[in-house]
Design a protein around this ligand. Sequence first.
Ligand code: AMP
Ligand code: ZN
Length: 466
Amino acid sequence: MLKFFNTLSRQQEEFQPLEEGKVRMYICGPTVWNFAHIGNFRTFVFGDILRRYLKFKGYQVTHVFNLTDIDDRIIKEAAARNISIDEFTAPYIQYFWEDFDALGNERPEVTPRATHHIPEMIAIIEKLLENGHAYESDGSIYYRIAAFPEYGKLSRIKFEGNIAGGSERVDTDKYEKEDARDFALWKLVGEGEEPGWDAPFGRGRPGWHIECSAMSMRYLGETFDIHAGGQDLQFPHHENEIAQSEGATGKLFSKYWIHSEFLKIDDVTMSKSKGNFFTFRDLWEQGYSALAIRYLLLSVPTRKQLNFTFEGLKGAESTVERLRNFRQLVKEAKVSDGTDANVAAAVSKALADFESSMDDDFNTAAALAAIHDLVREINTVLAGPGLKSEDREAVLNAIGKFDSVLGIFGPEDSESLDAEIEALVEERQAARRDRNFARSDEIRDLLAEKGIVLEDTKDGVRWKRK
Ligand code: AMP
Ligand code: ZN
């Protein structure tokens, strides 16, 4: 029975989907104004684990993961380079998906972009204007928090004393907003100014929060199961999403909310603005594998803080290496027929422990411990009496199950694939000897596409998988 902490109720709740056998979930994605850092990816890897675990439990999952491709930073940077916002974001969108894929994440079913959903945002704002949840001021449209008494139910932030109140509003010219908490749904943009979109209530561009209300409800309906994101999004972003969506529909927006804790570095939150961040590429260029980075990011349960250290990353590197070697060893082991009751029981226990750990608020640390316990026990069997054929199948099957959720064992080595790679590496060496650098670079790129990294060592060129 899957249970997890719902931010909305501040309690562990048993998961009950709205529709039997199906889960509809939305996760706030990146703002594509720069490279995503591994802090962002901690949140996104958790989203992937959540998705995969729900599938493991037998649900049919519809996972929507948006890209924020318009915001003040994007507009500013594009203007500084004298290019459109689309031209500015295109390479960052590409880099994002490259990193996302390299880290072993499954692509969500729907990956909408904010700028492709302006009509949906306009429709919600129109509803809010009609039913008194929004108002116009100086050409912009604001959400009227006083009209939504439940405001604050997610973040539980108390706002007493903060309300200016409609009647105290003396002069609309001086007071842009009725209430300091009110937030922009639509920002006035002058004629000829870009980016801007025409709307019945005037030319403008959307506020940040409205995009997630629009994209989630567009693909998941007015009420859906799970909404997740980093803990900084709880307030104001998610609080405002609830106000907008429930203000417009009068229905519950998301049943469950999950917030991931931050990745820290030297005990300080990793962030662009603090400058203390690493991108996936930074680490990969230093020779760390995508599997190790993924392992590190998921090794601590999502609601606990994770402190990034190179020590930890090196540890993760040797752990994934050990796991991969273990799988290989099991595959190649000489086996005798039959099964051993103790070994079979160890495998069943590991599977049961894995599932009960994940059922317990996605406790990935305990789930990993179950895997490591099994590895230790089977290694003892391999070194001693040897493995029986049925048990070998059971162990490999269990690894497949663990990995359908965690994705830390990586693709299986295939001998034919290896031979093809060896041949390309050889050919590249020959091209280099002939000083045909164009060809050698071409081969390096080809290998990179296959996820192969080359390393020059004193013993010649070595290759490994990302
Ligand atoms: P952004 O691209 O800034 O919109 O952020 C994308 C996602 O990354 C959001 O869900 C943030 O909450 C999350 N995030 C930002 N910094 C961190 C961090 N240091 N650790 C974990 N998640 C983060
Ligand atoms: Zn969002």
